[in-house]
Design a protein around this ligand. Structure first.
Ligand SMILES: NC(=O)CC[C@H](N)C(=O)O
Length: 306
């Protein structure tokens, strides 16, 4: 496995087209696009990394996997009264479906869906308390107490967050929100701004590769049925309107973020985190996707066979 990840990192370093960093969040536009990291965590506790796997990056929408997990723990099946579970076929920050579907987002991974989930987990608490709970969860999953929120990124998102604010106000206009739009958006922007490296992220995703149990702590995070369902949602919706393409090329449940990270799950086999800040036009990591494509070719890990 070490040989495979080393080969992938070497191949990625030689690519000339690395995509374009997200520019709509000014703080993300400052990130050097010439960076690449991959970490593969296996349920037996072994970990294989290459590239800058200790460099922290903004996990952005990958956090939505963990806020969904928390929401399922708190609300159970009632989560599905707040968000659907169908792919959207629209960009991550699209507003068009919301009007037709009476303010109920298609799935928990588009921005509108994650904002609705933030409202659900806030449940009358102060954003600070809820963020502390999200951070505690991430630290526990990653088995690493050092994980924090990058305040500069959070502020940058808030300052340029008109689109997300529109989504939130539009949903609130249907009477769906329990909390103020400001509290919901503050929570959403801050959980998107959690900074992690690929080692921490791959470790955090292990419960999804291991029937719901985090093997590093032995703790059951979710039932095996719930792990299966989260993986299904990642496969169908984790890359927005690029989810079909990602399934076609990689064939694994995956969740991307505009910081250039992707968390991919090979059920029963591994949790994989890749990071390269340059994005494709849809907003998914360009080299990250290519690296995962190479990894499944070498390992045969795609859920659809070789
Ligand atoms: N795709 C993403 O990672 C988007 C998350 C980002 N925080 C936003 O709201 O726009």
């Amino acid at each position: 496995m070490q040989q495979i990840v080393d080969d992938i990192a070497a191949q990625m370093a030689s690519k000339s087209d690395k995509g374009a960093v997200a520019s709509y969040i000014p703080q993300l536009a400052c990130v050097d696009p010439n960076q690449f990291a991959i970490s593969v965590a296996l349920p037996d506790g072994s970990l294989y990394s290459a590239g800058c796997s200790e460099t922290l990056f903004s996990i952005q929408s990958i956090s939505k996997v963990f806020t969904l997990t928390l929401a399922l723990g708190k609300l159970g099946e009632r989560v599905w009264t707040r968000v659907g579970r169908e792919p959207s076929g629209d960009p991550f920050n699209s507003i068009v479906q919301l009007e037709h579907e009476h303010g109920k987002p298609r799935n928990p991974f588009v921005n509108a869906g994650a904002i609705a989930i933030a409202d659900a987990i806030l449940h009358g608490h102060q954003p600070k308390e809820t963020l502390a709970e999200i951070l505690r969860f991430m630290r526990f999953m990653a088995n690493d107490e050092s994980i924090t929120i990058d305040e500069k990124v959070a502020r940058s998102e808030l300052e340029t967050g008109d689109r997300n604010a529109s989504l939130a106000h539009f949903m609130a206009s249907f009477g769906h929100f329990e909390n103020s739009v400001d509290a919901v958006l503050g929570t959403y922007f801050h959980h998107c701004s959690i900074a992690m490296n690929t080692i921490q992220l791959a470790t955090s995703g292990l419960f999804l590769a291991n029937d719901g149990i985090n093997p590093t702590t032995g703790y059951r995070v979710v039932s095996s049925n719930r792990a299966k369902r989260i993986n299904s949602l990642m496969l169908m919706c984790g890359h927005y309107d690029g989810s079909g393409e990602f399934a076609f090329r990689v064939g694994l449940p995956g969740k991307s973020g505009v910081g250039g990270g992707i968390l991919a799950v090979a059920p029963g086999k591994a949790s994989i985190a890749v990071w390269s800040p340059g994005l494709d036009p849809i907003g998914n990591s360009k080299l990250g996707t290519q690296a995962l494509e190479l990894l499944v070719k070498r390992t045969g890990w795609s859920v659809f066979g070789k």
